[in-house]
Design a protein around this ligand. Structure first.
Ligand code: LRH
Ligand code: MN
Length: 388
């Protein structure tokens, strides 16, 4: 029988990290629809992340992206965040927006370009020292568009050399989160296209290197929860970039396109004993809110993860194991689906109320007038994010 008190404790202890860039303008190659009230600097992004935490109670950290969140004084920025009740989380590198990186960053045939890209990784580690961040999040857009354009083997050697240099610079509890992505912006071969490639590099590097699963970075039909189960067993899962998609890297609200997939992923997390923040998985969002109001979209996304987690925690594990060991296929699936088909919203409303929060974060946010306030206050200056 499921211990409801334990379920509520686990939900209360859940931690989601929101991305600074999701509060800024974003779009597609066709159009960026700028929105009123969008942050103009890292401080305003952090203020919005703090608002999400105020209404959800489980989003106490914000991931930064360098140079999008570059400041002169990261210690001051960290103190500013703390005063608002949030921590600075993962530091994301950016070796995908500089002209020099057209043919690759750390994999570029030109050693001078590789040096420049590797120095950026080292700069990010220095910043982690100032923000107190544990996680260096590495995603490389590196890849090629045509067969023969470059040597696939040599590019892996170059990548490994840069990763080694960054890895050897880590101190304290710092670690690498190595993200993979099937394609885009490269359209023939990406240098870290899948979990296996990231996993192999992480093994080559050492215990401080773990895999980051971005849920939008797989070929259609990929069984992501299998990857989660496999990497947990290997103690090589470090983080998620949560979002959802119907087709490619759509970066939509997590759980919006496929809530059942999110449930299956969170079930493997619960089954693997990896939900507790002490286990060390960074549950991050990585989304773009191109047409919808950004802060309520992120609050909704946090709630979608909570709902999937609550359902996963309600799986009757004893009954499931009994049916699985008995080879009772239908019963096993029925036990699993019972949890998924459970309406957990009343339970989550109770958890929020017990935590002194409004049971309905979206309604509470709307009543707060925060959106109207930032629209009125944030006039002038240059909005952060993709150029409108
Ligand atoms: C790449 C990615 C990566 C971030 C970027 C904003 O698609 O998922 O995690 O650096 O989005
Ligand atoms: Mn990502």
């Amino acid at each position: 029988m499921t211990d409801l008190a334990a379920v509520k404790r686990a939900l209360t202890a859940q931690r989601i990290e929101t991305p600074s860039w999701a509060y800024a303008n974003s779009g597609t190659r066709f159009k960026v629809f700028a929105q009123p009230g969008v942050p103009r600097n890292p401080e305003e992004k952090i203020a919005d992340a703090a608002a999400v935490h105020r209404f959800t109670g489980i989003a106490p950290a914000v991931a930064l992206h360098i140079p999008w969140d570059k400041v002169d004084d990261y210690a001051a920025l960290t103190a500013y965040a703390r005063d608002l009740g949030v921590e600075i989380g993962a530091i994301n590198t950016n070796v995908f927006q500089d002209d020099d990186y057209k043919l690759g960053s750390v994999t570029n045939p030109d050693p001078g370009v590789r040096r420049k890209a590797t120095d950026h990784l080292l700069e990010a580690i220095d910043i982690m020292g100032q923000t107190g961040s544990r996680d260096l999040k590495l995603w490389f857009s590196d890849g090629i568009n045509y067969p023969g354009q470059d040597d696939l083997h040599d590019r892996q050697d170059r990548l490994a050399a840069a990763l080694r240099e960054a890895y050897d610079r880590l101190t304290g509890d710092q670690r690498i989160l190595l993200e993979y992505k099937l394609f885009e912006p490269a359209f023939y071969a990406t240098d870290i296209p899948d979990w296996g490639t990231s996993y192999a590099h992480c093994i080559e590097l050492g215990e401080r290197a773990t895999v980051c699963i971005d849920t939008g970075h797989h070929a259609p039909g990929t069984n992501i929860e299998f990857i989660v189960a496999f990497l947990l067993r290997q103690k090589k899962l470090g983080a998620f970039d949560f979002n959802s998609r119907f087709y490619a890297d759509d970066d939509l609200m997590v759980g919006a396109a496929d809530p059942f997939q999110l449930f299956r992923i969170m079930y493997e997390i619960v089954r693997g004993g990896a939900l507790d923040p002490a286990y060390g998985i960074a549950f991050m969002l990585d989304q773009c809110h191109n047409i919808e109001r950004k802060i309520p979209a992120i609050i909704r996304s946090v709630m979608n993860v909570q709902e999937a987690t609550a359902k996963a925690l309600l799986v009757d594990r004893d009954a499931l194991t009994r049916a699985q060991l008995a080879g009772d296929v239908l019963e096993a699936n029925a036990v699993f689906m019972d949890a998924y088909n459970t309406d957990v919203r009343p339970l989550l409303a109770e958890v929020r109320t017990d935590a002194g929060l409004d049971p309905d974060p979206i309604a509470a946010y709307r009543r707060s007038g925060y959106d109207e306030k930032i629209i009125a206050d944030r006039v002038g200056g240059t909005q952060a994010g993709w150029g409108a």
